[in-house]
Write a protein that binds this ligand. Structure first.
Ligand code: HPA
Length: 277
């Protein structure tokens, strides 16, 4: 068996031994957004450290556990703390949690993140519905022997962020009175923020927001047939657009400030996505 798949299966066995909960939707929580779990009816939790072979999250403000429970009436698994490529893990390890949530039974992946705003119409604290991404600055998580059990060698990426889910989320935002920008997300490796020249270049390439996660998770999820959607919290204006130097503290503070609104939006969107299922 493929080494990457073998490790994934081992992690899944470890989870299956501990957890009986069957999630319908998987939610990855970005910087400062981990408190979404406070709104859930939590049934079970599983720290990543208790899953042998699972990469550990090392970012301040990330808790590092799976939280199983209900958001409204929807059974979900939420990742409190994600794994980033800049932590030094091979890209295949970075997407292991996404694939694991697929094996747990989640059919939908809901991605969230904090991102720097490139689009001049954006403000710190805005939310952006991700319509598409540019992942060309990071390695594909699908490099290496294909895991045929998960998906095809050359997967299509022409609609990574489901048009169906985007329409639902636009309606959810309108119903909650939350304004929602939309745009293209570009993933960099991090951990450094960008230079102003890089931000100008990414803007010309068609990016509206920049961050250090998400695109590779979305690709791995599409590879294994999950339906994907995502929302960025614009935690700061990107380098050169903002007059100030960037800091993780600013990212965290803005994400914390808009967290209540974000929770409301995501909870409503999850409920609308799974209504009638
Ligand atoms: N750049 C990259 N990643 C980020 C940013 C940014 O400006 N803000 C939050 N995550």
């Amino acid at each position: 068996m493929n080494e990457v798949y073998e490790k994934l299966k081992k992690c899944h066995e470890a989870v299956a031994k501990r957890i009986t909960f069957k999630p319908e939707l998987a939610l990855i929580l970005g910087s400062g957004l981990g408190d979404f779990c406070d709104t859930m009816d939590v049934k079970e939790t599983l720290p990543y450290s208790e899953i042998e072979g699972f990469p550990k999250s090392t970012v301040a403000g990330h808790k590092g556990q799976f939280v199983f429970g209900y958001s409204g009436s929807v059974p979900i698994v939420a990742m409190q703390g994600r794994v980033h490529f800049y932590e030094g893990y091979p890209v295949q390890d970075v997407v292991l949690p996404t694939r694991l949530m697929h094996l747990m039974g989640a059919k939908t992946l809901f991605l969230t993140n904090a991102a720097g705003g490139i689009n001049p119409a954006f403000h710190a604290g805005d939310f952006m519905l991700i319509t598409d991404h540019i992942s060309s600055l990071v390695p594909s998580p699908l490099i290496g022997t294909n895991i045929d059990e998960l998906g095809t060698r050359f997967p299509d990426m022409s609609e990574v962020y489901s048009r169906r889910l985007r329409t639902i989320i636009e309606n959810s935002a309108a119903a909650e009175g939350v304004s929602l920008q939309r745009g293209v997300y570009i993933q960099t490796t991090g951990p450094n923020y960008e230079t102003p020249a890089e931000i100008r270049a990414y803007g010309r390439l068609g990016a509206d927001a920049v961050g250090m996660s998400t695109a590779i998770e979305a690709m791995a999820a599409r590879h294994c047939g999950m339906e994907v959607c995502g929302i960025s919290c614009i935690s700061n204006l990107a380098a050169g657009i903002s007059a100030n130097p960037l800091s993780h503290k600013e990212v965290q503070e803005t994400a914390d400030r808009v967290a209540p609104l974000f929770r409301k939006l995501v909870a409503r969107a999850i409920s609308d996505i799974c209504a009638g299922k």
